[in-house]
Ligand binder design. Structure first.
Ligand SMILES: Cc1cc2nc3c(=O)[nH]c(=O)nc-3n(C[C@H](O)[C@H](O)[C@H](O)COP(=O)(O)OP(=O)(O)OC[C@H]3O[C@@H](n4cnc5c(N)ncnc54)[C@H](O)[C@@H]3O)c2cc1C
Length: 484
């Protein structure tokens, strides 16, 4: 067995583990990180940036949001089914964290942005080649890791932690893992921070803890290795458990790697129907991926069909889409029709094209008469106004001209939320709300602040929560470990 010693062991090196390690080592603790994968960064390597409130970027861009207004809006949104002390501390520290990422870690931000028109400009997008690009999260993670290493943090890659060891007096005393060669690694320590990112890659645990069934009514990102290890190890070490949820969105399950123009067009606020051929949402909400994911998950077989006609397609191909966002960037929707043909030729089951409504209904598995009735009613409302769900008239475009196009949306999730009970200092609590001495946790393993639905009106929220709670956990753990 290989043995090491540290003040603080961090388990997992996504944004929460990296921030915990960087903060604890900045605070003078000797830190060792156990990481299961061969790269650090976790799910955030695919993301674009964290939330900040009251930052200099917002001041520069004259964005009118402060901690007080954000806190009030957030707590009303969650109906106060949330840890108010944690929300307050997270928001209050978020501007300092953006500054810390810039000044201490060397991260560069392109600015503070909305995700969709009705959201706030809280999303601090990491600059990619000096501007906006995808996967800036990976750049940010690299910088946080370098800063942690500069402060003396040691990373054990491909070394999943298996067990948190307690001494006879109930105090945390070590973490045991296994390295890539199969050799056991033990790191004696005084404090542990758990930050393993939830259980997105564990369908059984998702079903048990959230009720969703993978590939049936939930098509979440299953990032390899996110098996719920930290949640299980915490429970074994005495942690209380919290309700769990998913970070809801909606998705074309087979089209993620395809051209952006397909989701960019089908996520526009056009006709969206369920398997009964009925509308079920004011489609303006389609830019709020949480609300739309929620609504789809309530429908028969948890599926919805976005339908446009060739006139709408041509309009978008010529003029661009109605609503833009940085994730499904619409610049190249000019090749939409060609991309759909290619997708269908490649047997992509998410996308459908038909010459008649009857044929479209058959391909979607929807009753043709019901779909025709909905389309007739919808087309009438394009003239008179949407008296069903009050969608703004500017988005009411009739479905008239063949060929017709449709895409099959399903509920999805960026990952799971919650599992380990903590307080606002990221100290792990038992079911009886007592502190487990020396045990701390951060990130999505602990995140229950959104109530029943992810708060997408303030984008960057999960990464923001992860980095801020990572810093809280890092400083609490360093302080605890250096007490005597
Ligand atoms: C496509 C995509 C885009 C996103 N974009 C954004 C965005 O722009 N803004 C935003 O706010 N959020 C975004 N998110 C969500 C955000 O990335 C996650 O909420 C965040 O990464 C969670 O951080 P974490 O540190 O808690 O866990 P993770 O990032 O999942 O990291 C967990 C780490 O723990 C490791 N691990 C697991 N088990 C063990 C073990 N037993 N021992 C050691 N290590 C272990 C894993 O290998 C992993 O490296 C996005 C998510 C996805 C999937």
């Amino acid at each position: 067995m290989k043995t090491l010693t540290a003040d603080v062991v961090v388990i997992g090196s996504g944004p929460s583990g990296l921030s915990a390690a960087a903060q604890a080592s900045e605070d003078g603790a000797k830190v060792v990180v156990f990481e299961k994968a061969n790269v650090s960064g976790g799910a955030a390597n695919m993301g674009m940036g964290p939330l900040g409130i009251g930052t200099k970027h917002q001041q520069d861009m004259m964005v009118d949001i402060d901690v007080k207004s954000a806190f009030k809006e957030f707590m009303e949104y969650t109906h106060w089914r949330s840890d108010a002390r944690m929300v307050k501390k997270y928001f209050e520290n978020s501007a300092d964290t953006i500054k810390w990422l810039e000044e201490s870690c060397g991260v560069e931000f392109a600015g503070a942005y909305k995700y969709f028109p009705k959201s706030h400009e809280t999303w601090h997008i990491v600059a990619v080649n000096g501007g906006i690009g995808r996967n800036g999260g990976a750049i940010m993670n690299k910088h946080i890791r370098e800063y942690a290493e500069e402060n003396g943090t040691e990373f054990l890659m491909e070394t999943p932690a298996k067990k948190i060891v307690k001494s006879d007096d109930g105090k945390i005393c070590a973490v045991i893992g296994t390295d890539a060669s199969g050799e056991e690694v033990r790191c004696d320590c005084k404090a542990v921070v758990i930050a393993t990112g939830g259980c997105g890659d564990n369908p059984q645990m998702i079903k048990e803890r959230t009720g969703y069934e993978f590939q049936k009514n939930m098509f979440n990102f299953a990032i390899p290795g996110l098996k719920g290890d930290g949640i299980k190890m915490a429970a074994e070490a005495g942690a209380g458990t919290t309700p769990m949820n998913v970070e809801m969105m909606y998705i074309l399950p087979n089209s993620d790697a395809g051209p952006d123009c397909i989701p960019a067009v089908f996520m526009q606020p056009n006709l969206l129907v369920n398997k009964l051929g009925q509308r079920f949402i004011d489609e303006e909400q389609m830019q709020n991926t949480t609300f739309t994911g929620n609504a789809i998950s309530f429908q028969k077989d948890a599926i919805a069909f976005s339908i446009i006609d060739s006139k709408i397609a041509k309009y978008y191909m010529k003029k661009g889409v109605d609503v833009v966002n940085f994730v499904h960037h619409p610049d190249d929707v000019a090749d939409f029709a060609e991309a759909v043909d290619n997708s269908i030729a490649n047997d992509n089951p998410d996308v459908v094209k038909a010459d008649t409504i009857e044929e479209l209904a058959e391909k979607l598995g929807v009753d043709a008469e019901a779909l025709q009735d909905t389309i007739d009613e919808y087309n009438d409302m394009c003239e008179t106004g949407d008296n069903l769900f009050y969608k703004p008239s500017k988005y009411m475009r009739p479905i008239e001209k063949a060929p017709f196009y449709a895409a099959k949306f399903r509920p999805g999730a960026y990952g799971t939320l919650g599992g380990i009970k903590i307080n606002e200092d990221a100290q792990v609590l038992t079911q009886e709300w007592e502190k487990v001495p020396g045990l701390f946790a951060a990130g999505t393993d602990t995140c229950t602040i959104y109530g029943d639905s992810y708060m997408f009106l303030m984008p960057g929220n999960t990464m923001g929560y992860c980095i801020n709670t990572g810093r809280f956990a890092g400083s609490s753990a360093a302080e605890y470990a250096q007490e005597d």
